[in-house]
Design a protein around this ligand. Sequence first.
Ligand code: SF4
Length: 55
Amino acid sequence: MAYKITDECLACGACIDSCPVEAISEGDIYKIDPAKCESCGACADACPTGAIVEE
Ligand code: SF4
C-alpha cells in the first residue's frame, strides 16, 4: 500500500519536505515512489488540495 498523487496536484511542492523517506520526486509531475513510501500519510496532510490519496 502506498500513497499516490492525483490530478488535483498544483505542483506547489508542499508534500516534498513532509516525506520522511524522500519518496516524493519532482519532475514534469510530482510522483511518489511506491517502493519507498511507508504509507505514513504525512504528505496527504501537507497537501493543500487533497491531491494525495491512498492507493
Ligand atoms: Fe512519504 Fe509518507 Fe507520503 Fe509515503 S505517505 S510518500 S512515506 S510522506
